[in-house]
Design a protein around this ligand. Structure first.
Ligand code: AMP
Length: 216
């Protein structure tokens, strides 16, 4: 039975299409060159839908997509009690969710002004730390907030750390490790068990062999 697979444009699509292709799943057109948002797979009767990254969990939770590929950051930001299962770590898009602030400046006392796109992750982190914060929601380019005096600290994704350095910031605490995950709708797990199982076992094989090649 064909699956509906939700992906998003950008990093995930670029890194994920080769993995899907190694499992025999290829969109009938190049999603990067097409304005279409729904693609048929060349074989297997699957459908690939392209959504905004933050919406992948929504499409999977509501069963519009059977499976989705999304960053752990997006899943954590989406929230607790998620209506889907996380089945596989695809070991791509590896990075960390971190706090960061101006290089060499100690964190001020009192209520900390924290800017982030990831307000749920940030709120939960500082609650656990027992630190009172004033959250400032931004949509991106968080690095600029401390520079302009909007916030004392930011919470953002860090890969090489170059973006922080370029903006006079330094990484402080790691909140969690992030990578790209395969998620599946709870009902599809039952109604399309064989197709889901087959995709998971093929993808696991590809991920394992990529992993082995990387560590050689
Ligand atoms: P870097 O300068 O290598 O530390 O990269 C940091 C910037 O790249 C961050 O502002 C993120 O928005 C973005 N980034 C890096 N890795 C990822 C990832 N795996 N997923 C999403 N965004 C990422």
């Amino acid at each position: 039975m064909g699956l509906v697979i939700a992906l998003n444009k950008g990093r995930i699509l670029k890194e994920c299409l080769p993995l899907l292709s190694a499992c025999g799943i290829e969109p009938d057109e190049d999603p990067d060159k097409s304005r279409k948002l729904v693609f048929a797979s060349r074989t297997g009767g699957h459908k690939i839908i392209i959504t905004r990254s933050a919406d992948v969990p929504t499409y999977v939770e509501h069963g519009v997509a059977d499976v989705g590929v999304t960053g752990k950051d997006t899943m954590l930001e989406y929230g607790e009690g998620m209506g889907f299962y996380e089945l596989l770590d695809l070991k791509i898009g590896q990075c960390r969710m971190m706090t960061a602030g101006p290089k060499g400046l100690p964190e001020p006392g009192g209520v900390l002004r924290v800017a982030s796109k990831f307000t749920n992750i940030t709120r939960r982190y500082y609650q656990k730390e027992g630190r009172q914060v004033a959250l400032i929601k931004l949509s991106g380019a968080m690095e600029i907030a401390p520079l302009l005096g909007l916030a004392d600290t930011i919470v953002d994704i860090v890969d090489t750390g170059n973006t922080l350095i370029a903006n006079g910031l330094e990484a402080r605490a790691t909140i969690c490790d992030i990578s790209t995950r395969l998620i599946v709708n709870r009902a599809s797990m039952k109604t399309k068990f064989e197709s889901v199982q087959s995709l998971v076992s093929q993808l696991s094989g590809v991920v394992a062999s990529n992993d082995a090649a990387r560590s050689e």
